[in-house]
Design a protein around this ligand. Structure first.
Ligand SMILES: Nc1nc2c(c(=O)[nH]1)N[C@H]1C(S)=C(S)[C@@H](COP(=O)(O)O)O[C@H]1N2
Ligand SMILES: [Mo]
Length: 352
């Protein structure tokens, strides 16, 4: 565990809250419990004057009202979103940024209109290579003033499940989740799903804005290009069993039958299975994996019947996916502290 979290990191943590892990018990995360990550300030948007502009390498640039977007064909998808920085606090040496432990995840039902049809209507040129998404929020990062902006390769942008979402869990997007419109790229780490969307630009060459060129790359050194982050790495988390001690949050469980439960997901491939260990990862047993009831892009429930005897334990869970990806036992370091999907370890005291 990292020591010495700074006041600046506390300032970020107080704004960007995680999902309390006991909320892993909900299939769909109640929206107030969904994690939140906002680089700059939450913009206040007047929906009557707001427009979505579509420009760049297109034959017919568009400017759409929220009403026009809502009148288009709609699709609703349950999607597990996770921040690429989830698990950052567990890498050594400490990486200064939003200090996520493990709770930067949530699953919501996002409703919106598919992006592909809109791009088709705008008439993309043959040279189109990427699609850039620009939000209304502005800030300074790496000494560069910028609007939050990220691009997506054309093939990904044209996937049928990529949405321009205006509703979440049956209500209009709340301000903090991107009102009035956000991008949603299922299976990709959260940074891709640009909130407070104002402009979609079809590009003929790769975008090299700050959030693409500097942030969200796996790098060991500053002067290295590294590889861009894209799909969410496989992970299982458990709802901490028993009850917490107030200050330390150490878990206390009564001896007897205990149902360990949690969720597992991967943006790369279907989840193949989840292992559970009560001895810190020395020995593993197979958990029961629930059905993919919410569809391909949402987490799946897992459970494990534990006959808890008095003593001290370290309870772990570890998922693997159909591409053969499996969670590491120990974190590995990179400059941004990204994509650390090492197994969760929960110390538990079982009392008689
Ligand atoms: N415009 C804009 N979009 C954004 C961000 C942002 O700061 N500004 N943060 C990104 C990051 S890093 C994540 S993890 C997700 C978080 O989405 P949520 O706050 O709705 O959970 O939004 C992404 N989209
Ligand atoms: Mo993020």
């Amino acid at each position: 565990m990292a020591n010495g979290i700074s006041l600046e990191e506390l300032q970020l943590a107080a704004r960007n809250h995680g999902m309390p892990l006991e909320a892993l018990r909900f299939d769909v995360t109640p929206i107030g419990l969904h994690y939140l990550l906002t680089h700059y300030d939450i913009p206040v948007v007047d929906p009557s004057s707001w427009r979505l502009e579509v420009d760049g390498e297109v034959a017919r640039p568009l400017a759409l009202t929220l009403g026009e977007l809502r009148a288009r064909p709609a699709r609703e998808l349950a999607v597990t979103m996770e921040c690429a920085g989830n698990g950052r606090v567990h890498v050594e040496p400490h990486v200064v940024s939003q200090p996520w432990l493990l709770e930067a995840v949530g699953t919501a039902r996002w409703r919106g209109t598919p992006l592909a049809a809109l791009l088709e209507e705008a008439g993309m040129g043959d040279d189109a290579a990427e699609v850039l998404f620009t939000g209304l929020d502005r800030g300074v990062e790496g000494e560069e003033e910028q609007s939050y902006a990220r691009s997506v390769p054309l093939a990904e942008a044209l996937r049928a499940d990529v949405l321009l979402a205006y509703e979440v869990n049956g209500v209009p997007l709340p301000p903090q989740h991107g009102f009035p419109l956000r991008l949603l790229v299922p299976g990709w780490y959260g940074m891709t799903s640009v909130k407070w969307l104002s402009r979609i630009t079809v590009l003929t060459s790769p975008f090299d804005g700050y959030q693409q060129r500097h942030s969200y790359r796996l790098r060991q050194e500053e002067d290295e290009m590294g590889t861009p982050l894209s799909r969410i790495q496989v992970r299982a988390l458990m709802a901490p069993p028993g009850i917490p001690e107030f200050l330390t949050r150490a878990r206390v469980v009564q001896a007897g039958p205990v149902e360990l439960e949690g969720r597992a997901w991967s943006g790369e491939a279907e989840v193949a299975g989840v292992g559970v260990s009560i001895d810190g990862g020395v020995s593993w047993a197979e958990a029961e994996l629930g059905p993919a009831a919410l569809g391909r892009w949402a987490w799946r429930r897992w459970s494990f019947a534990w006959d808890a005897r008095p003593g001290a334990y370290e309870v772990c869970c570890r998922a693997r996916d159909e591409h053969g990806n499996v969670q590491a036992l120990e974190p590995s370091w990179n400059l941004g502290g990204y994509a650390n999907n090492a197994v969760q370890r929960v110390p538990v005291t079982v009392t008689a």
